[in-house]
Ligand binder design. Structure first.
Ligand SMILES: [Zn+2]
Length: 411
């Protein structure tokens, strides 16, 4: 009997050891070698292509120079002493959220200095905090870099890569290669300077004649950060390789529009005009200085801080023939729109509370509204592009509303 008992104990111990070993192998080894699908987070993507609403409108909110640091502990700059005590990056977050609530835009465009690198020890964390209102809104959004974004723990390529991978972001590190049939390939175009050069097409509303065609192009360019030219420090500029890509893209797009004459087997009576284009980048071009002597709408209260290099951006944009407006940042105390050779150049104004500004001059952001024209009860091409600014005051005032382009005034 005693013998039987001891055999049972040995068998029991054997099973306990066996089960423990299986458990250990499963938890310590197997789970590490297999994919745990619960922990995989896929990027949330907006519906693409971007598209006009069924009422024929497409509204863009431009957010310039958020200069985000670390959030609550990052103090505001150039605000009144009474505001300063309770003012932080969170004021910027609240303002961007409020802008989205009030304006209900279809798309958000961030024009650089999204974060202020030197005010954060962790660029990625700062980026997530800065773009939090955009990510939470679920709206498609895109960004370019300014001259301060890379002053922390990530370089410009890393920053644009992370931005392109964030939820609802439609930003790209650089344009994709087009194959011979015009299809986009999963390879990035090489030989183009900078990070954050890309184009986004906005199609006509569902059910309209142009639901499968681009009626508006939004292009984004990397205007760089700083550079040394002939021994002198200056700001970055848009290079020839970027302009080459943009001109080539624009020409291909305009050729494609020529073919729209015959879509659906029913030739249209006139050639489809090329889709108007709107540009977004950070650092102003030197030609904007000329606007000091011209009539502008908004405030010109700060010298234009641009590169000493004239790289022919204006000439290139004019040669494209379809560029109607360019939206920039960088000079926080300028918020004007002025016209150079038929193209409107508009500053976003200062949105960020940690960005330098002017005491008493409230933070602001720009809105751009694009409207389609209606022909025989169907939406056709762009009819009108207008803009205004929204202030972070008690009434969220809307100021300086103006029409940038109207198809009727071109005829
Ligand atoms: Zn800035």
């Amino acid at each position: 009997m005693e013998n039987l008992c001891s055999r049972w104990s040995v068998t029991l111990i054997f099973f306990i050891i066996l089960l423990t070993s299986i458990h250990l192998i499963y938890t310590q080894l197997f789970l590490h070698l297999t994919i745990n699908f619960d922990n995989i987070k896929l990027k949330k993507s907006p519906q693409l292509p971007l598209r006009f609403n069924s009422d024929g409108t497409f509204k863009i909110l431009q957010v310039a120079d958020m200069h985000y640091g670390q959030g609550l502990i990052t103090r505001c700059r150039d605000v009144s002493p009474s505001e300063f005590k309770y003012c932080s990056d969170l004021n910027t977050t609240r303002f961007v959220k409020r802008l989205i609530e009030i304006e209900k835009p279809d798309f958000l465009a961030f024009t650089g200095d999204n974060i202020f690198g030197s005010s954060t020890p962790d660029a990625a964390e700062s980026l997530f905090k800065a773009f939090q209102p955009a990510i939470e809104s679920g709206l498609p959004w895109a960004a370019v870099l300014g001259n301060h974004d890379q002053e922390s723990t990530m370089n410009r390529e890393e920053l644009m890569t992370l931005i392109s991978l964030m939820d609802y972001s439609v930003s790209q590190v650089n344009p994709f290669v087009q194959n011979l049939s015009g299809q986009r390939e999963r390879a990035l175009l090489t030989g183009i300077d900078g990070f954050g050069n890309y184009n986004l097409s906005v199609h006509g509303p569902y059910g309209s004649l142009f639901s499968n065609f681009s009626v508006l192009n939004l292009f984004f360019l990397d205007s760089g950060d700083r550079a040394t030219v002939e021994g002198r420090r200056t700001y970055g500029w848009i290079r020839e390789s970027q302009l080459n890509w943009l001109r080539g893209f624009s020409q291909a797009d305009q050729d494609e529009h020529g073919e729209c004459n015959h879509f659906g087997g029913s030739p249209l009576t006139r050639k489809t005009p090329p889709a108007p284009a709107l540009g977004f980048f950070h650092i102003p071009i030197p030609e904007i200085r000329q606007l000091y002597y011209q009539k502008v709408i908004g405030q010109f209260q700060e010298a234009v801080a641009c590169s000493s290099v004239h790289s022919g951006v204006l000439k290139s944009l004019v040669s494209m023939k379809n560029v109607k407006g360019v939206f920039i940042g960088h000079d926080h105390n300028n918020d004007f729109c002025g016209n150079l050779d038929g193209i409107w150049f508009c500053y976003g104004g200062n949105t960020g509370y940690h960005a330098y500004g002017k005491v008493g001059w409230v933070r602001r952001a720009r809105v751009v509204l694009v409207e389609l024209s209606e022909k025989e009860k169907s939406w056709t091409g762009v009819q009108k592009i207008s803009t205004w600014k929204r202030l972070d005051d008690e009434l969220s005032s809307k100021i300086d509303e103006q029409v940038l382009w109207d198809q009727n005034s071109e005829k």
